[in-house]
Design a protein around this ligand. Structure first.
Ligand SMILES: O=c1[nH]c(=O)c2[nH]c(=O)[nH]c2[nH]1
Length: 302
């Protein structure tokens, strides 16, 4: 045979987990709903190449383990819980050397009823999720990337786009006032952690970073008179790096969701373009897609 197994990982995806925390004193309940993916790597080649299942921890057992760990440990922050899951597999099975854990946390925001926070009712206020990708490698530490995904935003003015390349391929007019809309996908990668204990030592830093990243994203989007998606996303990433010292890189991936003017002058001379534009046609596609990764400049050597 002239082939070999070049890479392999396996596990359970779409493990849906819900956990409730009941505060007996206040009667308030808090809920977390997440979708977990856990993939393992290690000395598992023979399961592919020799049909030898003796090295296989069944994906069904991986799913069971996720539920058991969710019962035994806090599931917040997702960064810590994913590290607990990943660490479990490399500790428990000597032939498993890497665990890749992804957690998508869905929004269940407490309802306000009669002006007061309700003790046990929640609503899904948007498609936004808080995600983590945690890679635990035996003897090499824990890599964590935290993400805000699916945060839909729009501003009806305060955005421009001009000065771009004009040539025989160009039809887009320059604009000094346009609609800007996107679906935020922002990821910040943490400096590598040496152990689970180091990740657990300060769980709050993950919540603080998420709040800072979300606040910086929204306030920059709202306040800036944006010259382009590119310049705006760079500004956001730069501020997150300044706000969270333990973060090494920040990545944004932003679709530019276009809203086209509709010329209605053919109908009784209706004015609906330029400064008279009020009715627009939102486009499903094609859309711009703008990405960047922003890192720290290395410190000057003394
Ligand atoms: O912010 C923008 N960046 C682009 O690169 C681009 N290209 C385009 O057609 N519109 C826009 N808007």
């Amino acid at each position: 045979m002239s082939s070999k197994l070049a890479a392999a990982r396996y596990g359970k995806d779409n493990v849906r987990v819900y956990k409730v925390h009941r505060d007996e004193k206040t009667g308030f309940q808090t809920v977390v709903e997440m979708t977990v993916c856990c993939l393992l790597e290690g000395d598992i080649d023979v399961s592919y190449t020799k049909a030898d299942n003796s090295v296989v921890v069944a994906t069904d057992s991986i799913k069971n383990t996720i539920f058991i760990l969710a019962k035994q440990h806090p599931v917040t922050t997702p960064e810590v819980f994913a590290s607990i899951i990943g660490n479990h597999f490399i500790q428990k099975y000597s032939h498993i050397h890497v665990a890749h854990v992804n957690i998508i946390t869905h929004r269940w925001t407490r309802m306000t009823i009669d002006g007061k926070p309700h003790p046990h009712s929640f609503l899904r206020d948007g498609a936004e999720t808080r995600n983590v990708q945690v890679d635990v490698t035996e003897g090499k530490g824990i890599e964590i990337a935290s993400t805000i995904q699916g945060l839909h935003v729009l501003k009806s003015t305060g955005s421009q786009f001009w000065g771009f390349v004009r040539d025989e391929y160009t039809t887009l007019p320059e604009v000094w006032d346009r609609i800007l809309s996107t679906e935020v996908d922002a990821t910040w990668k943490w400096k590598k952690f040496s152990s689970l204990a180091e990740v657990q030592a300060d769980s709050a830093r993950f919540d603080n970073a998420w709040s800072a990243a979300r606040e910086i994203t929204l306030s920059t989007f709202a306040k800036e008179n944006s010259p382009s998606v590119q310049a705006t996303m760079y500004k956001m990433a730069d501020q997150i790096l300044a706000a969270v010292p333990q973060v090494e890189t920040v990545e944004y991936s932003l679709p530019n969701k276009h809203y086209f003017e509709v010329d209605l002058k053919w109908h009784k001379g209706l004015k609906n373009t330029g400064k008279d534009a009020e009715v627009f046609a939102p486009q499903s596609g094609p859309n711009g897609l703008i990405k960047c990764t922003v890192a720290r400049t290395s410190r000057p050597k003394l």
